[in-house]
Write a new protein. Structure first.
Length: 92
């Protein structure tokens, strides 16, 4: 399952915001932070699939700069080994 740039950016910003809020408000924020990091790795793996890269590289998304950079490159046009183009799935 692939994830386009727009949806990835939305998910990245939302999970980052939730991690920040939870770390400030929670008595023991570690579970929230770990959950947020797991979510960002999941979304990064779907984004990498859209760009036709191995999703195992998503573990680099632990570094915030890597997650941020993934918002900008275009995904593979048309189908690739990870599925159909998410842009055409919306239109069709």
């Amino acid at each position: 399952m692939r994830l386009n740039r727009t949806n990835y950016a939305i998910y990245y910003i939302l999970t980052s915001g939730l991690i920040i809020i939870a770390s400030k408000l929670a008595y023991s924020p570690s579970i929230f932070i770990l959950s947020g990091i797991a979510a960002q790795i999941y979304f990064a793996s779907r984004r990498l699939k859209d760009m036709n890269y191995n999703p195992w590289w998503a573990f680099l998304a632990i570094l915030p700069i890597v997650s941020f950079i993934l918002m900008f490159p275009k995904g593979t046009q048309g189908a690739n080994q990870y599925g159909e183009d998410p842009r055409t799935l919306k239109k069709g």
